[in-house]
Ligand binder design. Structure first.
Ligand code: FES
Length: 175
């Protein structure tokens, strides 16, 4: 066995790569990797923006809300609209007027509910997940995280003498 052979450790024989060269390759690969990831993210974001700009909703179905005509003023109920997977709330206000919103909180999608009291609090739509509140007239957030977000999505209603029919969703207005 020669002296040269003895002075080279076994691991060096198994991995015969010079460290400086190894670093250089790793840095270059890393930069390539970052470039690829950035390009992928850019393409992903661009496709989300394009699809949100070109996505058209509807047409929405017309669905009579079962039991709505029998609701007493101050009452509310949950029903499904515009499909069987989406919950909406229908409120009959003290003045007899009906108003409806999708039940999904714009913060983290918890279900909202209607509350009415005779004290100065009056009525509001609330979300118990983070103590959010919404105005009943508009669905705009008045307390908690929803104050900074878009309002509840309103369901457009057609109210006849003996029936209440959901006929669509209003546009999304940014708060
Ligand atoms: S999910 Fe409704 S306030 Fe957070």
């Amino acid at each position: 066995m020669s002296d040269t052979k003895q002075s080279i450790p076994k691991w060096r024989e198994d991995f015969p790569i010079e460290q400086e060269f190894d670093d250089f390759i790793t840095r270059r690969d890393f930069v390539r990797f970052l470039g690829l990831v950035s390009a992928g993210l850019m393409v992903g974001n661009a496709s989300v923006v394009v699809s949100s700009l070109t996505h058209e909703e509807g047409p929405f179905p017309e669905m009579e809300v079962a039991g709505a005509a029998d609701m007493k003023p101050g009452g509310w109920m949950v029903y499904k609209y515009p499909n069987e997977k989406t919950a909406a709330i229908l409120i009959r206000r003290e003045n007899g007027e009906y108003i409806s919103f999708l039940q999904k909180c714009p913060h983290l999608a918890c279900p909202v509910s209607y509350h009415r009291s005779n004290d100065e609090e009056g009525e509001h739509i609330g979300c118990y997940c983070h103590n959010g509140r919404f105005e009943v007239e508009t669905g705009r957030g008045t307390q908690g995280p929803p104050r900074e977000l878009r309002p509840l999505r309103q369901v457009v209603l057609r109210v006849d003498e003996n029936s209440v029919t959901a006929i669509g969703l209003n546009e999304i207005h940014l708060a």
